[in-house]
Design a protein around this ligand. Structure first.
Ligand code: UD1
Length: 433
């Protein structure tokens, strides 16, 4: 087992490179099931989740080869496998995206239901509604979604808005199915996250006909076949946001190279409201905080893109714990996504959770403690808080962090953070009843 140990109090300075987007490469890999011929994918972040998706594709008859650290070669070599093993879906929800692709290319699929996770219940009703509208016969049996399209899938008008707004996952699954379906599909209330656009651009390059990329109305004209391509994945906006917050929380000077300001509007706007001095260029964003800079508390609400991303909520909370005044954070997408609150309070933060709100009473002083990472973004938030907590912070359960951040501690160390990864025995883990 590994832990991160941070000695807080260092002001971060320098430039750091952001990796490729985890949430873009995962649907792109699912999309590889649709094509004939080899695809080369570049700027692939070398992450646990990506490796899990690679293993899942291998089980489904896809040859997946890493060429160096950030480049993958992917080619379907056997297209009669239709069962996604529980082993992989259990580890990562995104593997559920093979459902739409298998159904479109192989006419049937059996994919385990992903179940809930610490950030909430996370149903898949919208995914199934969309696929059913395209002619799929779907039943849920023994924990598996068993889907068939004996006549092939056909186009349909599909509304994918749910109680919590648009759904990234449902949009991806329906898009993957629609590109090879007969006729025209229109997705209304499609998710507009840059990662969905990246998948659509990837499919378009493969020969798919998609109009309205980047908008909530996607119009897809099904084609007979798709071919392999050479593709470069977009940079990870959530990692970029995390690194910028690392700069701001330590009142440092940090430039994030390859960050796309156009993907970060809500984050940058929140920084401006807080009073974080910012600069942005074509492919970079930087924060410059002197000792004298004064930050203000703010209220934020998470929303689907282009709103404030739920995936940066925990990290922004860490920053707000160090800003005088009361900030209110409302989680509109995953109302239970506040597992990090109790752990931040262990570092001395003053946060109260009330239903889908967290009320943060900000102050400058946090002090180091042993804390537990509960999910991917909560782990990043604990790292950020550890960077400013006085003394030593020890973060357990960091396997969550490795799912979505490529060598975060190395990047932070290069900016001057005092952060180490340590191997520890099982007995040092905090036991919870
Ligand atoms: C994706 C992201 C995740 C991010 C989330 C919201 C990946 C691998 N994961 O997750 O990092 O936090 O988008 O930006 O890209 N919902 C339903 N029914 C459905 C599907 C979703 O009610 O069939 C609800 C969810 O419970 C949630 C909301 O819709 O409240 C948004 O979820 P969704 O956008 O689908 O999230 P994911 O695709 O799971």
């Amino acid at each position: 087992m590994e832990e991160l140990v941070i000695e807080g109090g260092r002001r971060l300075q320098g430039a750091v490179q952001v990796s490729g987007a985890k949430n873009a490469i995962l649907p792109i890999l699912a999309g590889c099931l649709l094509a004939r011929g080899k695809s080369v994918i570049r700027n692939v972040p070398n992450l646990k989740d990506v490796r899990v998706m690679g293993e899942m594709l291998r089980e489904l008859g896809v040859k997946v080869r890493w060429q160096g650290e950030h480049r993958m070669e992917v080619e379907v070599v056997q297209d009669d496998r239709i069962e996604a093993p529980y082993e992989w879906v259990r580890q990562m929800r995104a593997s559920f995206w093979v459902l739409g692709a298998l159904l479109a290319r192989r006419g049937q699929a059996s994919v385990p239901l992903p179940g809930g996770c610490v950030i909430g219940v996370r149903p898949v009703d919208l995914h199934l509604k969309g696929l059913r509208a395209m002619g799929a016969e779907i039943e849920v049996r023994g924990g598996n979604v068993i889907a068939r399209a004996p006549q092939g899938l056909h186009g349909a008008e599909i509304y994918l808005g749910g109680h919590f707004g648009s759904s990234v996952g449902a949009t991806v699954n329906v898009l993957l199915a629609a590109v090879l379906a007969r006729g025209r599909t229109v997705i209304h209330s499609a998710a507009c996250e840059p990662e969905v656009d990246d998948l659509a651009n990837f499919l378009h390059l493969m020969g798919a006909q998609i109009r309205g990329i980047g908008s909530p109305r996607l119009e897809i004209e099904g084609v007979e076949d798709l071919h392999g391509v050479d593709y470069f994945v977009i940079p990870d906006r959530i990692e970029a946001a995390t690194l910028l917050i690392a700069g701001a929380i330590t009142r440092g000077d940090v430039k994030v190279v390859d960050a796309r300001p156009e993907h970060l509007f809500a984050i940058l706007d929140t920084f401006r409201e807080i009073g974080v001095p910012l600069e942005a260029g074509d492919r970079w964003v930087s924060v410059h905080c002197g000792e004298m800079v004064r930050f203000h508390s703010v209220d934020i609400t998470t929303h689907p893109y282009p709103g404030f991303p739920t995936d940066a909520q925990a990290q922004m909370m860490a920053l707000l714990t160090t800003v005088e005044g009361i900030s209110v954070i409302t989680e509109y997408i995953f109302p239970d996504r506040f597992m990090h609150v109790a752990e931040m309070n262990r570092l001395g933060a003053g946060i109260r959770k009330e239903n889908a709100h967290a009320i943060v009473e900000g102050q400058r002083r946090l002090s180091g403690a042993t804390v537990m990472a509960s999910d991917l973004r909560a782990s990043a938030a604990m790292v950020l808080a550890g960077l400013v907590a006085e003394g030593r912070t020890r973060i357990q359960n960091i396997e969550h962090l490795d799912r979505g951040y490529e060598r975060l501690e190395e990047k932070l160390r290069a900016l001057g953070a005092h952060i180490e990864r340590e191997k520890v025995g099982v007995e040092s883990a905090r036991i919870s009843a």
